[in-house]
Design a protein. Structure first.
Length: 411
């Protein structure tokens, strides 16, 4: 009898044929900087959206646009909704605004209430906003996150135009490619990667920011300078007085350079949608996200990031990665800008489970790993302007870094 190949025997499994599909999608969006975006003669919004040529054919070829506005922004700009409506009505190079701007809560409130995403979906779908139409989101970073999630999931994605209104949103999250809401108190658990159609940074919104929010946004500039641009960090040191006084020219340069560095990392870092394990732009964030939760959002995101930066910079020294004294240099800059590098949540200890007796903030390491998946990867510093990835952190050294922050607070 002649032996049969195994693949032809009854019951044998045929070798699988796998075809690997591969294609590339290019994303291209404008990030514009202006002042008075809704002034009648300001064409920045239309130029950023790429809608200048509308009106050439048909009775009304203009696409549609629905605007969402962060309730908190109205405190400093009570006429904003009327200004938006008037701007769209006066300009033929913009889409047709299909309804008065819809005002919704901002801050972490909008990210903690999934019912608000449903309300946004209802409005987007109810007003016929399709993939060739636009959603305009005017607000802080958390608000843009939530509206971005709604826009990226309605019709599998409609065109989102972001108009960030805070320092933090203009120099960081507003120019990025992520959207998310929170779940069960955990940050950014439900979200998408969806680049915006356009971003318009209007400096006029910063004029009315409360002092605390002005300061909070500068943490991201320090962060990206520390991991990517030593010369920018030195400029921040030289300009600390002007930034602390919120002088317009210094603030404008800081925001623009910070935004450029964030966009460069996203475009050239090789992992814009975070498929790998490293997230250099989240330097200082493993602790920051946990501190926001532990403080019940008493800490602003930027305030928590500043603490996380100081903590991880000190850890970098303790781990032998960074020269002694550079941690003091970073802490001095953050304090000069107006940050307090301590919060009582840092001293809170777990009382049960395997981590009993350890600082609760340490749980942020595992939460950080779970959120990203794969191996724990944390960005630390090996020099000012040079980040380095590590795959483990020594809890004892983290506690020493916390004690160092406590000593600075007590001094």
């Amino acid at each position: 009898m002649t032996a049969q190949p195994m693949s032809t025997l009854p019951g044998a499994h045929a070798a699988p044929h796998i075809h690997r599909q591969r294609f590339t999608v290019t994303f291209d969006y404008a990030v514009a900087f202006t002042r008075g975006a809704f002034d009648p003669g300001n064409a920045t919004l239309a130029q950023a959206m790429g809608t200048q040529a509308m009106g050439a054919a048909g009775a009304d070829p203009r696409p549609r646009c629905l605007a969402f506005v962060d309730m908190g922004v109205l405190d400093g700009h009570p006429d904003l909704c009327a200004a938006i409506a008037a701007h769209f009505a006066a300009r033929g190079d913009l889409p047709a605004l299909v309804a008065p701007p819809r005002v919704l809560p901002g801050g972490e409130a909008v990210k903690n209430d999934p019912a608000l995403i449903g309300q946004m979906h209802d409005a987007i779908l109810g007003h016929g906003i399709d993939r060739h139409s636009y959603v305009l989101a005017v607000g802080g970073g958390a608000f843009l996150d939530a509206v971005g999630l709604a826009a990226s999931t309605a019709h599998r994605g409609v065109r989102l135009v972001r108009m960030p209104t805070t320092v933090l949103a203009q120099n960081d999250s507003g120019v990025g490619v992520k959207s998310a809401i929170n779940r069960d108190g955990a940050k950014n658990q439900i979200g998408t990667f969806a680049p915006p159609w356009a971003v318009v940074n209007d400096a006029a919104f910063l004029d009315t920011l409360p002092a605390r929010d002005r300061v909070a946004g500068m943490a991201e500039a320090v962060k990206v300078a520390l991991i990517r641009d030593g010369a920018f960090f030195e400029w921040l040191e030289r300009s600390a007085d002007a930034l602390a006084l919120f002088e317009a020219d210094a603030v404008a340069h800081s925001i623009r350079r910070c935004a450029e560095l964030h966009m460069k990392q996203i475009a050239e870092g090789g992992d814009p949608f975070e498929q790998g394990s490293a997230r250099p732009l989240d330097f200082g964030h493993w602790a920051a996200h946990k501190l926001e939760t532990l403080s019940r959002n008493h800490l602003r995101h930027g305030e928590a990031v500043a603490i996380g930066i100081a903590l991880d910079t000190r850890y970098s020294v303790l781990a032998g990665l960074l020269d002694e004294g550079e941690d003091v240099r970073v802490a001095v800059l953050l304090e000069h800008l107006g940050f307090r590098l301590w919060h009582p949540a840092l001293a809170r200890r777990a009382i049960d489970g395997d981590g009993a007796g350890r600082p609760q903030v340490l749980a942020g390491l595992e939460e950080f790993r779970e959120h990203l998946g794969g191996r724990l990867t944390i960005t630390l510093l090996e020099g000012i302007g040079r980040g380095v990835e590590v795959n483990a952190m020594d809890p004892a050294l983290v506690e020493q870094a916390i004690s160092w922050l406590a000593a600075r607070e007590a001094a």
